[in-house]
Design a protein around this ligand. Structure first.
Ligand code: C2E
Ligand code: MG
Ligand code: MG
Length: 584
């Protein structure tokens, strides 16, 4: 803020003076006007003082002590006990040089004193200092340091005030919450300094886009906008006035396309995008926190749908989030209640038709809901942190099972899926080491399945973790290959053993030309990197023949078997042996 801005903001401050002597107020008002202060609210009836202060929210209160009806100390005490007025500075006007009263006022939280009769130059100086202190305090309390934008607290206070006005004028308000997609990933990969720069650049871009999008002031009614940073990578924009619902849509689309343009950070191009959730007043909530929370629910929904979308709040989202909450509560208890199990799907060698491995897949058998698929509960487990215990349980259980198979003379390598949160949480290598030790399984009998986006996230940390895994003798696989984006140079650098072609590509072969071309390219590329290639989701003999023709090494899929419980495994092997026997 420049000195001129500071002066302007000081002079536009709202001052409120409580004194039962109208002439004292008049004199002071005159002094202040001569100094350029434009707004002084006079209160002569001390019984109305507190209510007026609460309504006007002045920047400073000048408060007389000796008044009939309600005394100054009483008003001060009431202000300090009120959450909203607790920090409003109070300058006490006192004619008595009575030290005890001063002490009492200080104890109650008075900020400064002025002796009556008031010396104009002293008044001006004390006021200036008090306002400067207040401005600094406001800055700390109400503004975000990084972007200079209002923070969540100020936003929600202003939203509350705006909703109060809208109730009287029947105006509408809309709150847009804007989340930067992939922010965490960028922060992790490129470092915090770049993350911070991205946030302030994004804030800047949003502010500019909103300003450029400002409609011409309508003849009647008022419009206002407020942009704030309300969370790590989350911004909120308040629009109020008439027709804001259509406007919110337009503003959101524009913001969305502006944030899709790349950022130039630290000499490199960084791409991000945003998701936007919108909730309106009065339809989507009747007080500030409700509107803000519902905009947040809409945002989470947009993010869950894959990001980069705009979602208006509607009550069914609430139902869905209530369902998720319910599911979350149930999931917390699921492990203790033995509702979680691992099923195993065979991995088959294309050449010999032999079962060479098994992928462990988690199953949740809920007493009422039945079988809840992992695609539904794993994301919830990730969001809530439950993945740590679920994931550890899966690894420990799979290790014990693999060891039991080994003891039974079945040489199978068991694969376990890792989730991104689990992988990046730290301590994963230690946990796997302890699972191997406790089960007595050799590392070479365990394979971990990672996804592309997971290992591309924080390359340095990933390299170290993968190295630690290799030191234990583990095999490493990249799951769902082709659905994320990976850098070939990293794939080459990481100590990987196999890639699994995502089921969605396998599904289309051999008929679909695009899928066939992609699968052919992946097989060729994987082999040239010296890795094995595994096809997921093979369901038909035609798919199998096509993949075998390409030289694919192994496959999984319903054609051989669905995932089955561990105790069905022996029967399954028997069957496979018979089938292989018939074919030979
Ligand atoms: P994924 O690791 O890619 O597992 C393959 C999925 O494809 C499994 O779904 C499997 O049942 C299914 N599948 C296998 N063959 C066929 C087929 O021929 N046709 C069709 N239509 N589907 C087939 P599932 O068990 O529902 O698991 C879904 C995803 O959930 C897994 O995908 C994996 O990402 C995740 N997941 C499962 N268990 C765990 C776990 O223990 N930990 C973690 N982090 N993720 C898990
Ligand atoms: Mg898998
Ligand atoms: Mg997969």
């Amino acid at each position: 803020m420049s000195a001129a801005d500071r002066l302007a903001s000081r002079l536009s401050a709202t001052l409120l003076m409580v004194d039962d002597e109208p002439t004292t107020i008049d004199v002071i008002e005159m002094f202040l006007q001569a100094e350029g202060y434009e707004r002084l609210i006079p209160v002569t009836d001390s019984r109305r003082a507190f209510a007026t202060i609460a309504e006007e929210r002045p920047d400073v209160v000048l408060l007389d002590l000796n008044m009939p009806e309600v005394g100054g100390l009483e008003i001060l005490q009431a202000m300090r006990a009120d959450e909203a007025l607790e920090h409003v500075p109070v300058i006490i006007l006192t004619s008595s040089a009575d030290a005890d009263t001063k002490l009492q006022a200080l104890e109650l939280g008075a900020n400064d004193f002025l002796a009556k009769p008031v010396d104009p130059s002293e008044l001006v100086l004390r006021l200036r200092n008090t306002l400067a202190a207040k401005a600094y305090q406001d800055q700390l309390q109400y503004y975000d340091r990084l972007t200079g934008l209002p923070n969540r607290r100020l936003f929600s206070e202003r939203l509350g005030q705006m909703l109060g006005i809208s109730r009287r004028t029947s105006d509408q308000c809309a709150v847009l919450t804007i989340g930067l997609d992939r922010f965490r990933q960028i922060n992790d990969t490129l470092g915090r300094a770049v993350g911070d720069t991205l946030l302030s650049s994004a804030a800047d871009r949003i502010a500019k886009s909103v300003a450029a999008d400002s409609p011409v002031q309508p003849a009647s009614g008022h419009r206002s906008r407020l942009l704030a940073r309300v969370g790590g990578d989350e911004f909120a924009l308040l629009l109020s006035g008439t027709g804001v619902v259509e406007e919110a849509d337009r503003v959101a689309r524009r913001l969305h396309s502006r944030l899709q343009e790349h950022f130039e950070l630290d000499g490199r191009e960084v791409f991000t995008s945003c998701s936007i959730g919108i909730a309106c007043f009065p339809d989507d909530g009747d007080h500030a926190e409700a509107v803000l929370a519902n905009a947040g629910i809409a945002l989470s929904h947009a993010e869950r749908e894959g990001g980069s979308g705009i979602q208006f709040y509607n009550p069914s989202l609430n139902v869905r989030s209530a369902e998720r909450l319910e599911l979350e509560g149930q999931l917390r208890r699921a492990l203790d209640r033995d509702e979680i199990a691992l099923h195993y799907q065979p991995k088959v060698d294309m050449g010999t038709g032999r079962i060479v491995g098994a992928e462990a897949l988690m199953r949740w058998q809920h007493p009422e809901m039945g079988n809840v698929p992992p695609d539904r509960f794993i994301p919830i487990a990730e969001e809530t942190g439950l993945i740590a215990s679920l994931g550890e349980w899966a690894i420990r259980t799979a290790c014990c099972q693999a060891r039991a198979w080994q003891d039974a003379g079945l040489p199978l390598r068991v694969s376990v899926n890792l989730s991104a949160k689990q992988f990046h949480a730290g301590g994963i290598a230690e946990m796997v080491r302890s699972a191997l030790r406790d089960s007595g399984l050799e590392g070479s009998r365990l394979m971990l399945e990672l996804t592309e986006s997971m290992i591309m996230e924080n390359v340095q940390e990933t390299s170290e973790t993968l190295r630690a895994f290799k030191d234990m003798g583990l095999a490493l696989s990249v799951d769902d290959f082709g659905t994320g984006y990976s850098s070939l140079s990293y794939l080459k650098r990481f100590p990987l053993d196999e890639l699994k072609i995502d089921r969605s590509f396998v599904q289309g072969v051999p008929e679909d030309g695009d899928d066939a071309a992609i699968v052919t390219a992946i097989v060729g590329m994987t082999h040239s990197l010296g890795l094995k290639v595994v096809a997921e989701g093979v369901e038909t003999p035609e798919q199998l023949a096509f993949l075998r023709g390409l030289g694919c090494d192994e496959y999984q899929g319903y054609l051989c078997s669905k995932p089955v419980a561990a105790d069905e495994w022996a029967g399954l092997l028997e069957e496979a042996r018979n089938r292989a026997g018939v074919r030979e």
